[in-house]
Ligand binder design. Sequence first.
Ligand SMILES: N[C@@H](CCC(=O)N[C@@H](CSC=O)C(=O)NCC(=O)O)C(=O)O
Length: 279
Amino acid sequence: MTLSTRSEQRCFGGRMGFYTHRSEATGTDMAFAVYLPPQAARGPVPALYYLAGLTCTEETFAIKAGAQRVAAGHGLALVACDTSPRGANLPGEDDSWDFGTGAGFYLDATAEPWSRHYRMATYVNRELPALVEANFPVRPGRRGIFGHSMGGHGALVSALRQPALWQSVSAFAPITNPVAVPWGEKAFSYYLGPDRARWAEWDASLLMAKRPYPGPILVDQGLSDQFLEIQLRPERLEEAAALSGQELTLRRHEDYDHSYWFIQSFVADHVAHHARLLL
Ligand SMILES: N[C@@H](CCC(=O)N[C@@H](CSC=O)C(=O)NCC(=O)O)C(=O)O
């Protein structure tokens, strides 16, 4: 797999880079970002993967979350990918901000025409880690995953479906029960078709209720989040955790909204959570 380097710059003693490559999973060019901490100059470090939310790109987290300083302190690499394939040229793909481009929902679409390109689960859980581990000084098999909103859903579902791949997981304001909220119902009906039994395979609360992730999960949620009641529903995750015995720390924060100001405020706790489990 050939990588093209878009840019690389020094950052907190390490290196912030942006890259593109041709993806087998999506059949399109894909972009991603890697932050290498200073410790990576002396040997491979664990990598923490971040999945962003609706309308975001591989740049959003790198520019807005302020995580590089903390990752440099712990000696963790950060990897952030795009939120969907781009330029697949499917009809309707660019018509709304909560579906299609910028809204891949980190699943593998099974309904035509989306199944040809919208295969973000395979991209995140197989192709991207293989690419990163082959091209950067990161430790194979030491990986964590976290994300925000749609990306929080993606992180939780990835870890619940493939716990051996992800040794740590956390989320900011995740969509916890997509089969039962408007964002998820819209995306899943296009990507997966009308059979709701298939939707359950990509729903964090339904997966967690059946089988817990074998480790602690940290979730932060702002109480002034404009999407809290209609789209996010963190109480569904708590109910699922109670059913399966999942170790879950769900923290609710007065006055914080859905923005990267919220993420910036708690990102150090998340990186520390992953460092504790990965190092
Ligand atoms: N365009 C939308 C708002 C889109 C939005 O808020 N996106 C969130 C993620 S929402 C769930 O996945 C985000 O992270 N935006 C980037 C940012 O910098 O805040 C609207 O018009 O409401």
